[in-house]
Design a protein. Structure first.
Ligand code: AMP
Ligand code: ZN
Length: 113
């Protein structure tokens, strides 16, 4: 699969991995937008939210639990953090392998840009 995040999951492209298990992988964003900016991806290639199926429901829950765990480890759980999933062009999706952004370590603005 010619997908950059599939390649990261297979470790064909280097990344700073902070967590991995049989279903998911988490690594540092190459262009961080906050002091903590981690991407959490399923090992399974999923194009974006619109490609999710019934069978992906537990997987999506798992990605959120992984995000919580990393937020705790990074010391941002109680301060606050944001989990973002961009879907398609107007949301700014640039990599078409579903990923959760975990952002924290600074105050976040609302609404997002
Ligand atoms: P999105 O715009 O939601 O599709 O997010 C894609 C994210 O992937 C961006 O924040 C990029 O900085 C990040 N990114 C792209 N290539 C890499 C890479 N090789 N390693 C780590 N993060 C990456
Ligand atoms: Zn992929």
């Amino acid at each position: 699969m010619e997908c950059i995040f599939c390649k990261i999951a297979r470790k064909e492209i280097p990344s700073k991995i902070v967590y991995e298990d049989e279903l998911a992988l988490a690594f540092e964003d190459i262009n961080p937008q906050a002091p903590v900016h981690i991407l959490i991806i399923p090992r399974k290639h999923i194009h974006n939210n619109l490609s999710l199926t019934e069978e992906d429901k537990p997987l999506m829950g798992h990605l959120f639990l992984v995000a919580n765990r990393i937020a705790s480890e990074k010391g941002i759980a109680e301060r606050g953090f944001r989990t973002v999933v961009n879907c398609n062009a107007e949301a700014g999706q640039t990599v078409f392998h579903l990923h959760l952004h975990l952002l924290g370590g600074r105050p976040m603005k609302w609404p997002p840009g």
